[in-house]
Design a protein around this ligand. Structure first.
Ligand SMILES: Cc1cc2nc3c(=O)[nH]c(=O)nc-3n(C[C@H](O)[C@H](O)[C@H](O)COP(=O)(O)OP(=O)(O)OC[C@H]3O[C@@H](n4cnc5c(N)ncnc54)[C@H](O)[C@@H]3O)c2cc1C
Length: 557
């Protein structure tokens, strides 16, 4: 190697999900690692996220007596993601490796002292498919006392949830009016928070807990971090990536890497030009990803010959924007709103067009696909007063008085009849009436003949478990009636460079760019064009980060 200002065994670009996982694997074998992060904060969108990892056949399922296996998990992935020739990120080899290495990756993290567990019930998003799992395959971090990070606490990117409660408790809160268990959990949260304050603890949850724990373990293991430092270029010598260029004090600085460079620099959600090129009709202003998600390292890898794929895919997340939230870093998502009873989604002609209880990725894909034929961006959520009394809406609590400016600004429309509501959203009254009547007929007979909403365990889980007949179906019949715009927001893009089963970046001709690894949403997803279950972004980021480190280490054996 030549002409470097400094050199490490392994260099990681970005501090996302897989970064610290690969760094820990490197440190476990005594290798020096530098993680370079361009923003002032460590953790990426992963730290902001739910922190859920979709890891089939994990040790916590075994602990809880939940049946799963490598073959069952592969069967599932094959059934939802397999059989396509336009998803080179999702080859059979990579799907198998994902399942096999995911199990090992979780075991490795536990050995490193990362406290993980699973959410007891979170169905796969296509649980009805062969190999699907109703109890779910989600791995999450236990609550983390962020004060344990000491001065590094300020460096951790904050999560969007501030309640000191694990996800499974939080997800039961909306049922507080109906469930004694939810009331008990709410009381537990209050006590936990009070006790934490008295004892000088500050528990963080979800992706914050995951990345907080990863950061703590990484610091302890001696991983080096450099924040406020953008990687500008990859250095290639003799057809091999051997380092990166950063800018320090206005001057380029060359950092060498003996075992390779791992790119974990996120996707391109905030890059409108890339969105226009690869995902026309989608908007950077509707993303909830962290601000560093700007795609330039994907472009830099392309400059070195990397193949790209699945660039038209994003992990959509249906979103509504009450006045004043347009510029919030995390805008209100309405996942589940139209999956609950007494609500539907219609296009701008007043027609229902999908199973509103599908995965958020499928939901937003549905909106964008519909929009090619009939204006459907935005679409309208239509709800009745039973819905408003019982369910959350755009971050507001069930039954709560909605802010006056929601109505004044036209964000939320309210009318005594469906026909009047139709007029307010400029839809033909007879069409909306017919749509609602048809849906009410399905609710009455407890089956959605058009889209089978409520048939899957996942649909019902998104709905209301206390609703009498079907947790996802209920008539829209009691006025006043409401309408709210829904747009296809996102929590990340899903395409990027093509990698092999060792997380090595490939050229168009399938050859390997030696020394260059990539993980997370900088890559074309191993899941192809679907979201198989909760955690299908963070899970792969960790798994391929681990796989990359193991491969790079094997070269030294
Ligand atoms: C609110 C919310 C909740 C979510 N919940 C979940 C969930 O529970 N489970 C799930 O699977 N997915 C979830 N997602 C999606 C998921 O969080 C992201 O897709 C995932 O975290 C991306 O991880 P990553 O490791 O690829 O990148 P990131 O975690 O985004 O990390 C990439 C890092 O690279 C840095 N970077 C970029 N360019 C450079 C450069 N040139 N030089 C140096 N650094 C650079 C960025 O600043 C960033 O810090 C959620 C997203 C949101 C917004």
């Amino acid at each position: 190697m030549s002409d470097f200002d400094e050199t490490f065994d392994f260099v990681v670009v970005g501090s996302g999900g897989g970064s610290m996982c690969s760094a820990l694997a490197m440190r476990a074998k005594g290798k020096s690692v530098l993680v370079i992060e361009k923003t002032p904060l460590i953790g990426g969108t992963t730290a902001r996220s739910g922190g859920v990892m979709w890891i089939p056949n994990n040790r916590f399922m075994k602990r809880d007596g939940v049946e799963d296996s490598t073959e069952k998990s592969i069967t599932y992935l094959e059934s939802v993601s397999g059989g396509r020739n336009d998803t080179p990120g999702s080859t059979a080899d990579r799907r198998r490796t994902y399942v096999e290495q995911g199990t090992k990756m979780v075991d490795f993290l536990v050995e490193q002292g990362i406290k993980l567990t699973r959410v007891a019930y979170w169905p796969d998003y296509y649980d009805e498919q062969p190999g699907g799992s109703e109890p779910g395959r989600t791995v999450v971090a236990e609550l983390f006392n962020v004060n344990e990070l000491g001065p590094w606490k300020e460096k951790l990117r904050p999560n969007f949830m501030t309640i000191m409660a694990p996800l499974d408790e939080m997800m039961k809160l909306p049922h507080i009016k109906k469930s004694w268990e939810s009331k008990r959990l709410a009381a537990k949260m209050v006590l936990r928070t009070a006790f934490a304050k008295l004892t000088g603890k500050h528990y963080i949850t979800a992706g914050g807990a995951l990345q907080g724990r990863m950061l703590q373990a990484s610091i302890k293991a001696g991983v080096e971090f450099r924040t406020d430092t953008a990687v500008k270029e990859l250095i290639e010598e003799n057809n091999m990536v051997t380092g990166v260029v950063i800018i320090e004090n206005g001057k380029p600085r060359r950092i060498g890497s003996h075992l390779g460079v791992l790119v974990n620099a996120g996707g391109f959600s905030h890059n409108q030009a890339m969105r226009d090129q690869y995902q026309p009709g989608t908007q950077a202003k509707w993303t909830n990803t962290a601000e560093g998600d700007t795609g330039e390292i994907i472009v830099e890898m392309m400059r070195h010959g990397a193949a790209i794929a699945q660039m038209d895919e994003m992990v959509g997340n249906q979103m509504s924007l009450p006045p004043g939230t347009e510029n919030d870093p995390v805008k209100p998502v309405v996942q589940g709103n139209t999956a609950a009873p007494h609500a539907i989604l219609v296009d701008q002609s007043g027609v229902r067009y999908m199973n509103e209880a599908g995965s958020y990725m499928a939901y937003c894909k549905g909106m964008l696909a519909r929009n090619r034929d009939v204006p459907a961006v935005p679409s309208w959520a239509i709800m009745d007063s039973q819905f408003m009394k019982q369910y959350m809406l755009a971050g507001s609590m069930p039954g709560s008085k909605k802010p006056a400016n929601w109505f004044e600004s036209g964000f939320l429309k309210k009318a005594d009849t469906i026909e009047e509501l139709a007029g307010m959203i400029k839809v033909d009254p007879a069409t909306l009436r017919a749509t609602v009547d048809r849906f009410n007929g399905f609710a009455a007979k407890n089956h959605d003949d058009d889209f089978n909403r409520g048939d899957r365990a996942y649909d019902r889980w998104l709905g209301d478990p206390f609703h009498d007949k079907n947790p996802s179906l209920g008539a829209i019949e009691q006025g006043p009636f409401y309408a709210m715009e829904v747009v296809p927001g996102d929590v990340g893009t899903y395409g990027g460079v093509v990698t092999d089963a060792h997380a090595r970046v490939l050229r168009e001709d399938g050859s390997v760019i030696e020394g260059l690894y990539a993980t997370g949403i900088s890559t074309a997803s191993v899941m192809g064009r679907v979201y198989p279950g909760a955690g299908a972004s963070v899970g792969p980021s960790f798994v391929w980060g681990y796989v990359a480190a193991e491969h790079a280490l094997a070269a030294t054996a």
